[in-house]
Ligand binder design. Structure first.
Ligand SMILES: Cc1cc2nc3c(=O)[nH]c(=O)nc-3n(C[C@H](O)[C@H](O)[C@H](O)COP(=O)(O)O)c2cc1C
Length: 269
């Protein structure tokens, strides 16, 4: 009786309010819409989504990663759930003249005739993701993975940290903020660069020319995210807002870029 009166009162209140059209039209049943909206993602994922649906990774692909991460056998029986006859299906067809399969995985040598320490790189590596956007544990796990798989780990422009130094090969990325090799005014500091660039695990230097995701604006590290630890790594003042400008201050045209590359080459040996 008590419950019924509460429902009646709520229904009455809803039928005279002007804020929510749904609750005015359906004073009690209207709440079901909000309930279903709340659990819609779960219903979609658990009941509706097929194993081959899901973007950017399907359930099948995710399961494969989970299985391999847990060292569980990830072999699946012969057969496919994919629609191979779809017009845009991409796959590999067998050749009538198969090439001899290399025992070794293919690698590519990076570094021209003026390079003193060319690097033999894997074709697949870990793309740039800065410390700060990823946690300590994530960076350490990626670097250990690089060591295991014999590929390189790109630091991202957020600086080279101790977490990147777990034995895997490192590509040190330098962006417009020159984090880790920056002077007090935000310009490039050759001395600080040389210190880190000559670490044995730093195999390559990558100059990030501009902010791809924020062209013309540059990137911002908000003061709230600029912790003492991050500030130390990046060579900036903690708890201040730090800009990665849209442009480099060390060069401004192609000739300048080439001169900068030569300078980095000398400094990094
Ligand atoms: C968390 C995170 C941090 C990133 N940080 C950088 C960065 O510091 N420098 C950079 O060049 N790209 C950065 N990227 C872009 C990635 O290197 C990569 O180009 C991008 O994610 C596209 O690849 P994907 O489609 O495999 O994600 C970052 C991406 C993510 C997700």
């Amino acid at each position: 009786m008590m419950l019924l009166s509460i429902i009646l009162l709520i229904g009455l209140a809803n039928s005279i309010q002007h804020k929510h059209a749904i609750l005015r039209n359906f004073p009690v049943l209207g709440y079901f819409r909000y309930l279903f909206e709340m659990i819609a993602p779960e219903i979609q994922q658990y009941f509706i989504e097929r194993s081959t649906d899901g973007k950017p990774f399907s359930r099948n692909e995710r399961s494969l990663v989970y299985q391999r991460a847990k060292n569980i056998d990830s072999t699946t029986p012969f057969g496919t759930q994919l629609n191979l006859n779809e017009p845009h299906y991409e796959g590999i067809k067998h050749s009538i003249f198969p090439a001899v399969v290399n025992e070794e995985l293919p690698r590519i040598t990076i570094g021209g005739k003026n390079c003193l320490q060319p690097y033999s790189a894997s074709l697949l590596n870990i793309s740039a993701m800065s410390f700060g956007s990823l946690s300590e544990n994530a960076i350490m796990a990626l670097n250990k993975g690089a060591l295991k798989g014999n590929f390189y780990h790109n630091t991202g422009e957020g600086g080279l940290t101790e977490f990147h130094q777990q034995g895997g090969d490192v590509t040190w990325q330098i962006g417009t903020g020159y984090f880790g090799c920056r002077d007090d005014r935000g310009g490039f500091d050759g001395g600080k660069f040389a210190e880190k660039a000559n670490l044995p695990e730093v195999k390559m230097i990558e100059i990030k020319l501009s902010q791809g995701a924020k062209p013309g604006h540059g990137g911002v590290l908000p003061a709230a995210k600029n912790t003492v630890q991050i500030a130390k790594i990046r060579g900036v003042l903690p708890h201040t807002t730090i800009l990665s400008p849209p442009n480099h201050s060390a060069f401004e045209d192609l000739k300048g870029l080439i001169a900068f590359i030569s300078k980095l080459r000398v400094l990094s040996n």
